[in-house]
Design a protein around this ligand. Structure first.
Ligand SMILES: [Zn+2]
Length: 282
């Protein structure tokens, strides 16, 4: 019991550090900057952070959410992202202990968190997350039988088929969307994301993940985002155009990755039970 608690606490601290690095990726990859160099700086005054200003969560609290040099407020998104990833890693350790499966799930959740955050903030999905995810998933699928842990994730053969099925389905959905909406509906990032998720889930769960993601997206978008956007039409359009550099439409763009990512998590953890209920329980 105590050792379990110790492992979970350690996983939480490890997750905080991973979350801290994830913040760097989310901020720098869309601008095509290196995530290794230069060291972190204040975006306002360029003050380079000393090690004690760069400790996950603690620094943000000690500095009272302000830059030590210019007193510019530091967004709560950073510590919240760190805590979120810390909790995910702690949950994996609590559920699966120090196992291959725990690491695989933790990495899967971390990469999808990065995808969702970047898509939400910058309307794009960096290859850094999806290519890393695809290669990592295929490599661990090959290794899994030797480690003796084949829980949750697709085997090597299903991983390959799943990657193709996921990317292929999203390409078809995007193509149909483009024909219907007369504008680009799906980016390359959504395709690489579904290749990564498909490799983890295998074909059946990958296909369901696309439909689940679309359903979540439709509910959130038509129910919340779109009405709000219509109410503030002028402002939102101007902002979207500014962010994209071009004017795609009057409607705000859908960051589909934000909805695909949670759908992927649901399918990884509960997809098999769901498929049993839906198709075999009849
Ligand atoms: Zn500053």
């Amino acid at each position: 019991m105590t050792s379990n608690l110790f492992v979970t606490a350690y996983a939480f601290l490890l997750g905080l550090c991973v979350g801290s690095f994830l913040n760097v990726c989310v901020e720098r990859w869309p601008a095509e900057l290196s995530v290794v160099r230069p060291r972190s700086r204040c975006p306002k005054c360029g003050h380079q952070l000393a090690w004690f200003e760069n400790v996950p969560v603690v620094s943000w609290l000690v500095l009272r959410a302000r830059c030590r040099s210019c007193a510019e407020p530091i967004s709560a998104i950073y510590p919240l992202g760190e805590v979120a990833v810390g909790l995910l890693w702690a949950a994996c350790a609590a559920r699966w202990g120090i196992t291959f499966t725990a690491v695989r799930v933790a990495v899967f959740l971390t990469l999808l968190t990065g995808v969702a955050l970047t898509d939400l903030r910058h309307y794009l999905i960096p290859d850094g997350f999806t290519v890393t995810g695809l290669l990592w998933t295929l490599a661990t699928a090959l290794a899994a039988p030797f480690v003796g842990e084949t829980l949750l994730f697709a085997g090597p053969y299903d991983a390959l088929i799943g990657a193709c099925a996921g990317a292929g389905l999203i390409a078809i959905v995007g193509w149909l969307g483009e024909v219907t909406l007369k504008r680009e509906a799906m980016g390359m990032g959504d395709m690489t994301l579904m290749a990564f998720m498909g490799a983890a889930l295998g074909p059946a769960r990958a296909i369901l993940a696309v439909f689940l993601g679309a359903a979540i997206g439709a509910v959130v978008f038509l129910g919340v985002v779109y009405p709000v956007a219509l109410l503030r039409r002028g402002r939102v359009t101007a902002q979207t155009e500014l962010a994209l550099g071009s004017a795609p439409t009057e409607l705000p763009l859908v960051p589909f990755g934000v909805f695909l990512a949670p759908a992927g998590v649901v399918m990884l953890l509960w997809g098999d039970q769901l498929i049993d209920r839906l198709f075999l329980g009849m």
